[in-house]
Design a protein around this ligand. Structure first.
Ligand code: NOJ
Length: 579
């Protein structure tokens, strides 16, 4: 039996397994998985990003923690989540809220203990939820013992673990800028040299050309994989290497929010050696029979650049996050159609990964809402995230339509870039406010009633919260639940091809997901009106005139539709089973 046929015989079974939250695929699928990654678990998973500081506090210190996450696994399971990506929980001075790591093989006491983490893993497994850790390979905290040693003298054995250079003409070694403002070089009094940091000055970059650094980091990853985690979201990995010749970056017109000249990060991003590291990382992941996934933070300038991350032989990152789609910031049918088509047909034949919100960007409610139809648009965006071919990734609170609540005074800002860049850049606090669970308890149930949450709970938590939305059949939360259920039960959504429909329509983005040959189930047409006007669309290419609504933001499930003339209200979105 060919591999393709093995895949076909598993369609129905695979759908049931994922829907029921089983950790391991059924036997036939297991056989497939062991021979090819064609049906790897991460292709059928819905990933949910947990920002641990803001998700659920269990001990009343106003900051979320591991026990808090564990206590919400029932909720995540009922939502239909298959894997959680937890942003860094390692010991850290918390300058960048965990992205400045001081010890890679421990848990920061503010989040709990290693015992709590092990318990979380165990309970998550019992819920059929995998746990993905965030790993910061590009840099450490300046409080990490490696950096302290490295900074102690020019001859320290760890000196070369970081990027140290002499200044030039009494100033910085070159014009490279930190992503977080100003020079990427900080002078060091002890040795008279400068160290390089792509991000905050407290986040010195590791020297990935040093084999000892590589060995140490792979050891760290093994430590967590051995515990049974399901993979890593790899932070800032396109920045692992810098030009050894220290060429100046070219300037671009204008100035950024920090008052620096705009710059193209030409000599510090996407250097060819990065791919060698990706291959090594992939080998490490593939040495585990559980098929851990590598997800790359990949804010690449084009989808062609993103495609390179899969590797020319599919031997690098399985899921580079698609920032082109996430950051379109405009509800445009032609633009979304083009981007989805590009990633669909990417030269590496890599599996797409979609998201619209995360802990670094204004929430999708504001970025895509028009101020008038925001709920319809939020539901449309949910359809757009959950129905194409690829792995969707959600951000906590997205499912209830959490808003971005920015600080109104500089003195309230917690994220350092909001202080450096105020008032143009207010930082990322706005999208990191505590999860809104219930209207009944103070602090929306995020922490104990008398605690002070690390960021204020937005007043809108009285109406926008899990409990209220669970009780409302038309809520965004129930809309997401319905879509996640479809993703786990419809063969066409799990395994089907993707085909653009009506490619010239200026306002309606539509596509077909077709049950593969030999599979069972219904073909699906997805249509999204990305305009504020009513539109009628005809689907001549789908081989049938009629259909039934599976899910829609304007019509009841089960209603019949005419695919020969489907009328979509402003921002109407519909998932139709073709009949
Ligand atoms: C990307 C992370 O998502 C962001 O939160 C962090 O500040 C930078 N990388 C630096 O680690």
């Amino acid at each position: 039996m060919s591999l393709k046929n093995i895949a076909l015989c598993c369609f129905a079974l695979g759908a049931v397994a994922v829907a029921s939250g089983q950790q391991s695929p059924p036997r036939q699928e297991q056989a497939l998985v062991s021979r090819t990654s064609a049906d790897a678990w991460w292709k059928h998973a819905v990933i949910y990003e947990v920002y641990p500081r803001s998700f659920q506090d269990s001990d009343g210190d106003g900051k979320g923690d591991i026990k808090g996450i564990e206590s919400r696994l029932d909720y995540l399971k009922s939502l239909g989540v298959d894997a959680i990506w937890i942003t860094p929980m390692y010991p850290s001075p918390q300058v960048d809220f965990g992205y400045d790591i001081a010890d890679y093989e421990a848990i920061d006491p503010q989040y709990g203990t290693m015992g709590d983490f092990d318990a979380l893993l165990k309970t998550a497994k019992a819920h059929g939820i995998r746990v993905i850790m965030d790993i910061v390979l590009n840099h450490t905290s300046d409080q990490h013992p490696w950096f302290k040693e490295s900074a102690s003298s020019k001859t320290n054995p760890k000196r070369d673990w970081y990027i140290w250079r002499d200044g030039k003409d009494g100033s910085y070694p070159n014009n490279w800028q930190s992503w977080f403002g100003h020079s990427a070089w900080t002078p060091d009094k002890t040795t008279g040299q400068y160290y390089y940091h792509y991000f905050y000055t407290q986040q010195p970059d590791l020297n990935w050309r040093n084999p000892e650094v590589r060995k140490a980091m792979y050891g760290v990853m093994k430590f967590w994989l051995d515990k049974g985690i399901a993979g890593f979201r790899m932070d800032a990995v396109s920045r692992l290497f810098e030009d050894p010749g220290l060429h100046d970056d070219p300037y671009l017109p204008g100035y950024n929010a920090f008052g620096d000249r705009n710059i193209q990060h030409k000599y510090t991003d996407d250097l060819p050696e990065t791919h060698v590291v990706f291959q090594e990382l992939r080998k490490l992941a593939d040495s585990y029979p559980s098929h851990p996934v590598l997800i790359a933070e990949a804010d690449e300038p084009t989808i062609a650049d993103l495609a390179k991350m899969y590797g020319t032989h599919g031997d690098e990152v399985q899921l580079p996050m698609d920032f082109q789609i996430a950051d379109l910031n405009e509800l445009s049918a032609p633009k979304f159609r083009k981007l989805f088509q590009e990633v669909e047909t990417n030269p590496a034949d890599g599996w797409p990964e979609y998201f619209f919100s995360n802990h670094d960007q204004v929430r999708q409610w504001e970025r895509y809402g028009d101020g008038k139809h925001n709920l319809e648009i939020a539901k449309l965006m949910a359809v757009l995230e959950m129905t194409p071919r690829g792995t969707p990734q959600m951000y906590y609170g997205e499912e209830i339509g959490m808003r971005t609540t920015e600080p109104t005074r500089k003195e309230d800002v917690r994220d350092p870039i909001g202080i450096t860049g105020w008032p143009k850049e207010k930082g990322r606090d706005g999208e990191r406010t505590p999860m809104q669970w219930t209207p009944a308890a103070p602090n929306a149930g995020f922490t104990t009633p008398t605690a002070t949450p690390w960021l204020p709970v937005p007043p809108n938590a009285r109406t926008i919260n899990v409990e209220t939305e669970l009780a409302d059949p038309n809520s965004l939360l129930n809309f997401y639940k319905g879509l996640l259920k479809l993703r786990h039960t419809e063969t066409a959504l799990m395994f089907g091809d993707y085909k653009t429909l009506n490619p010239d329509d200026a306002d309606v983005f539509s596509f077909e997901r077709k049950v593969p040959q030999g599979g069972q189930g219904r073909n699906i047409v997805v249509a999204m009106n990305m305009s504020a006007a009513v539109h009628t669309v005809k689907f001549d290419d789908v081989g049938a005139k009629g259909g039934v609504v599976m899910q829609s933001n304007y019509s009841a499930s089960g209603s019949k539709v005419d695919l020969g003339g489907l009328e979509l209200p402003p921002f109407g979105a519909v998932v139709v089973a073709v009949e």
